[in-house]
Structures are given as structure tokens and as C-alpha cells.
Ligand binder design. Sequence first.
Ligand SMILES: Nc1ncnc2c1ncn2[C@@H]1O[C@H](COP(=O)(O)OP(=O)(O)OP(=O)(O)O)[C@@H](O)[C@H]1O
Length: 260
Amino acid sequence: MQQDATPIISIHHLGKSYDDKVVLKDINLTVYPGQVIGYIGPNGAGKSTTVKTLIGLITDFEGEVNIAGMDLRTQALDIKKIIGYVPENAEIYDVLTPMEYLNFTGLLYGMEPATIEERAVKMLTAFGLHDNRFQRMDTFSKGMRQKVLITAGLLHNPQIVILDEPLSGLDANAVIIVKEIMTLLKKEGKTIFYCSHMMDVVEKVSDRIVLLNNGEIVANATFEELKQSEGDTLENIFAQLTGKENLSSMADEFINAFKN
Ligand SMILES: Nc1ncnc2c1ncn2[C@@H]1O[C@H](COP(=O)(O)OP(=O)(O)OP(=O)(O)O)[C@@H](O)[C@H]1O
């Protein structure tokens, strides 16, 4: 798709270690404008580390990252302006109300207060939080907080949207809304980098699936291409490529712990 366009994200030989533990090894990835990348991998594979690098939180990486023609090492602040990031878990300022929090976030992005107000009300209403918009968030459920985080990540209408397990804690209706939001953002030409363990959603929304295992990319293809070479469902492909084909015997082993 759009192979002749200029890439919006180019990652060359990205590496990252925590002390002497190597977490990302020679990651090479090219993402074109308007693509939805499903970035998947087992727990601890290095997905969040990749994302934290792309959004400029991790600076001591090896290799080169270029985003929208800007070098991540020297132009991180400009890059941050065009990225929207929704983390899986965040320390939300829960003594604030959603409107206060979104106002704070929007102002950090240099948005006009009137635009923040208008957009925040519309987005919160779409998520069913209109009546909660002036309540302190310390009483909110995980899903309600997640809805506020998603709103905060998208408020400035970013060109690139990075979602790290955004569906965490959301109820079934909210999952449908977020999937639909992703589809609409894609239609608007946004580039989406989507990390998730929810294989059914990744399978449906991604143009390209990138599978990370032990800090290395072990697959980078469309779902159709993966199906032809690796298996019928993304769950099976995932198990095959991450060397975990004996999942039921692992479950047996777990339950056997109760037996003498
Ligand atoms: N701040 C840190 N200091 C030391 N090690 C870390 C740190 N953050 C992550 N790691 C390690 O790096 C590896 C990759 O972690 P990362 O969070 O990127 O994985 P992930 O693929 O996002 O996993 P999950 O699916 O469980 O969220 C793990 O072994 C983790 O223990």
C-alpha cells in the first residue's frame, strides 16, 4: 500500500537496552501515511519500549528514527506535536475533573481554550461521559479513566496516533466505539500505530501486522499474507511464530499446581 509515498515513520536499526538487558534488537520498520500498523507480541517482547521511543520518552536508543521527515534525536518536540499517544496505564491527575484534565492537556499542545472546550464536550459525550465531565476522576472506574485518556490523546487531532493497548478496561460498547473511531481516523488519512493483545481487533483494523518476539521483528506482513504462510487465525499465527504452540499443556501445568 502506498509504497511510492514518502514514509511517515522510518525506523532503522533501532536498539534499546536497560542496563545490560537487550530489549530491542535491530528493529527496521517503514510506515506509510494512512496505514494502520498492528504491533503485536508476547508480554515483555518490547512493544511499549518501541512506542516510548517513538513518542520521545526514551532517548538513549541506538539507530535512527525519522518521523514525518524529522529526526527523533534532534526534533523530538516538533514530532510530539503531531503525535497523539494513548497509554495503557497512565497516572491520570485524578483530583481533576475530565474537563480540567483535558483543558490542561489541550493547553500543553497550544490549543485555543474554546476549541478544547468544544471538542472535549463532544468527545466525552460520545463516550457517555457528558454527565461526569465536572466530577473528580478519583471516583472513576478504569474504563471511565481510559475513555478520558483516549480523549486526551486525540484532542489535538494528531497526524499520527499511537495506541498502546487502548481497549484495556473498556466495556463491549466502548470497544466498538473505539474500533469505529480507528476506522474513521484511518479514513481521514491518519497513521495509526496500534499495540494490542486483542488479536480479533488487530486482525480487523490493521493494514499490516508487525509481530515482535524477544525484541526482534519476526513477521511484517498483511493478515492475508500471514494466513497463507503461517495459519488461519491471528491467534494461531501468533502462537506459531512466538514458539508457543502447546498453550493447552501450559494451562494443564498451571492447574496441576493444585494437585499433589
Ligand atoms: N524501565 C525499565 N527498566 C528495566 N527493564 C524494563 C523497563 N521497562 C521495560 N523493561 C523490560 O523490557 C522488556 C520489554 O518490556 P515492554 O514493556 O516493552 O514489553 P511489552 O511488549 O510492551 O510487554 P506487555 O505486553 O507485557 O506490555 C521487559 O523484559 C521488561 O521487563
